[in-house]
Write a protein of this length. Structure first.
Length: 162
């Protein structure tokens, strides 16, 4: 018991000290949080800054999620792909394989590049409830027609099937 008076402050001291390790923070997007008044003026609200991550911003649009797949193939940066699959795991096998391409063999990665690096969205997203259909062209020549189906989870779009 008498050592607890020494031990507790030491624990607090060690946990409150800063370390040299930097923690990655999501970027902050400033928004205009103001309220219109009857005389058409603007009065700032109490919370003048809202944190919105870049990831959440592009996920709010199903077309941007699909374009992220093509960009990953063009740049060979597969890091975003694992975050694109439905977090509930309700996507088809080809989509699940695509989301896991960073962990696949070089041959599978090259196949992904061949099929999606020339891909493009070729129409408007059709949103029906919690699903969106995005028409694309893809394939080695970039001329094969297909539709990505996305699912809305907690306000964000994820790949469901191709």
């Amino acid at each position: 018991m008498r050592y607890s008076f020494i031990f507790i402050p030491l624990v607090f001291l060690f946990t409150s000290c800063s370390s040299e390790e930097q923690v990655e923070q999501k970027p902050v997007k400033e928004t205009d949080n103001s309220v219109a008044t009857p005389d058409k003026g603007l009065v700032p609200t109490v919370n003048s800054q809202t944190q919105v991550s870049v990831e959440d911003t592009f996920r709010s649009d199903p077309v941007l999620v699909v374009e992220a797949v093509f960009e990953a193939a063009r740049t060979k940066d597969y890091s975003v792909l694992s975050t694109l699959c439905d977090p509930m795991g309700e996507n088809d096998d080809p989509t699940a394989n695509m989301c896991n391409v960073a962990n696949d063999s070089k041959g599978r990665q090259n196949e992904f590049i061949d099929f999606f690096s020339k891909g493009q969205v070729v129409g408007e997203a059709v949103i029906q409830g919690n699903t969106a259909s995005v028409p694309i062209k893809f394939g080695p020549s970039g001329k094969k027609d297909e539709v990505f189906v996305l699912v809305l989870r907690n306000g964000l779009w994820y790949l469901g099937q191709i």
